[in-house]
Write a protein that binds this ligand. Structure first.
Ligand SMILES: C[S@@+](CC[C@H](N)C(=O)[O-])C[C@H]1O[C@@H](n2cnc3c(N)ncnc32)[C@H](O)[C@@H]1O
Length: 254
């Protein structure tokens, strides 16, 4: 079965998704960041659960996690990990009763394209008073090395309306307009990875950007320009150590 438009790309990358995104080490790191902010006695709803790799790490730490996602390809792996606690559903139309959820999480969901306003409409609806929505953004901090300067500028040019930006400055006003309170960030975890300009240029090919973002038409030219700039950097085959920080954004329903 093919997934609805917007997540069909994830069907294609699902088999290699976990390994190409830091594998279990990334997922365990996210679980360590989320766990202190979660009540182990209440179930967790993972919105955009993907392959279930983060949910499985939370489960291993004693949490009962339910998950939903629109990509059937990603969910096939989540089903193996979590069994019937996962389902196909849209983050913009949660199949959940109003005021029935104590805690929900999303890791690396909101940069992939769902309408932020509609997701927060739904989160505000399903959370109980006192309930929490924890978000680990993909674009929380940008690496400041020479590759980061080129890729950051490409992201801005491909997304001038910032529909894929998922940091606090974008999400806090959206959440607060729906009656949620933004409590700030927690559990910051510095991370570093190594990549050369040439490898980064290569990863921008193939019509996908950040592995999830369909690049077509005029945008292809912007990607080609960024690739040229990456290859023109000094020592394009020498990996840079790219430093970032992952953090959790905490939203609460009063
Ligand atoms: C980058 S992956 C992250 C998956 C997982 N949370 C993780 O950290 O590994 C983003 C996921 O969000 C899902 N997604 C995107 N838009 C969605 C929507 N509107 N409703 C449900 N899932 C969605 C995609 O199918 C994909 O599995």
């Amino acid at each position: 079965m093919t997934s609805p438009s917007g997540t069909a790309e994830f069907d294609a990358i699902a088999p290699g998704y976990d390994a190409s995104r830091g594998g279990t080490a990334r997922a365990a790191g996210f679980a360590e960041q989320l766990a202190p902010l979660l009540d182990p006695d209440r179930p967790v709803l993972d919105i955009g659960v993907g392959t279930g790799i983060v949910a499985a790490e939370l489960t291993a730490r004693g949490h009962v996690v339910y998950g939903l996602d629109l990509s059937t390809g990603m969910l096939a792996r989540a089903l193996e990990r979590l069994g019937p606690r996962v389902t196909v559903a849209d983050a913009c139309r949660l199949p959940v009763r109003t005021s029935s959820v104590s805690q929900a999480v999303s890791t690396w969901l909101l940069h992939t394209g769902p309408d932020h306003g509609r997701v927060f409409d739904e989160v505000a609806r399903v959370l109980r008073p006192g309930g929490r929505y924890l978000v680990i953004p993909a674009g929380g901090t940008r690496p400041t090395d020479d590759i980061g300067a080129v890729v950051g500028e490409l992201e801005d040019r491909l997304d001038p309306l910032r529909t894929r930006q998922d940091g606090p400055w974008t999400l806090a006003p959206i959440a607060e307009a729906r009656g949620l309170v933004y409590r700030g960030t927690a559990s910051e975890r510095p991370t570093a990875f190594r990549v050369s300009p040439r490898a980064m240029a290569r990863s921008l090919s193939g019509g996908l950007f950040t592995g999830a973002w369909s690049v077509t038409g005029d945008a292809t030219r912007l990607v080609a320009e960024a690739q040229e700039r990456l290859l023109a950097l000094p020592d394009p085959d020498v990996p840079r150590v790219r430093e970032m920080a992952d953090f959790v954004m905490v939203f609460e329903k009063p």
